[in-house]
Design a protein around this ligand. Sequence first.
Ligand SMILES: Cc1cc2nc3c(=O)[nH]c(=O)nc-3n(C[C@H](O)[C@H](O)[C@H](O)COP(=O)(O)O)c2cc1C
Length: 220
Amino acid sequence: MIYFTIPIVSIFRIMKEYALRQYSFAPRVQKWDTEHKPSKSGGIVVDVLSAIEKRREITQFRPDPLPQHVIDSLQRSLYLAPAGNNLKSREYIIVTERDKVTQLAPTSPYMNWLEQAAAAVVIIGSPQVSKYWLQDASIAGSFVWLTAVSLGLGAAWGAVYHSEDAEESARREYYAREQLNIPDDYRVVAIIGLGYPAAEPPAKKMYPMEEVMHQEVYGG
Ligand SMILES: Cc1cc2nc3c(=O)[nH]c(=O)nc-3n(C[C@H](O)[C@H](O)[C@H](O)COP(=O)(O)O)c2cc1C
């Protein structure tokens, strides 16, 4: 028996290594455009880089509600997002009742799109739990945004916490807290509107990649 098991295990190992090499060595994106156009396919995207390429802020939504399996996947992506020291520094409120989603729109003047969105994810952070609460909350936001894209959804980011204007931040956060019974010791970082896209945005003008990408040293 041992004579058969060892070669079979080795063959599987070699096959796995070959598959991994194929994946990591084959560049999926050949060229970086300075014009960023959303893909026309609109379908389900499976790999992360394709989701990153396709992702745009979507602010017009169809009225269709999100199926439960879609909500489950969005929740899973939030739950699995990394946090500094693996601390529970951020929590999420998923809002799917249409009236409640609409009621969140006045949180800031820049999230009118919530009036149309099928759902909202409210990301709250806890400075008492971790000094990295803002980074942790932001990473979770990008996880759910990309997951939304991968599921054929559109998402828009509504900033709530405002680091430069304490008064405006307090006003926005107070409003969201009141709507959703969020305890005072949580900061309200963002509200992400979600839904099936009704319209794609026009192409986005990107600055040349070299302006933000340095090799080995700054300016290199
Ligand atoms: C930290 C952050 C805050 C943002 N705040 C808002 C906002 O309050 N309202 C809004 O409509 N869009 C907001 N956006 C979306 C950006 O304006 C948008 O992502 C940006 O213009 C780039 O466009 P794209 O997402 O289509 O690539 C925010 C995005 C980020 C990352």
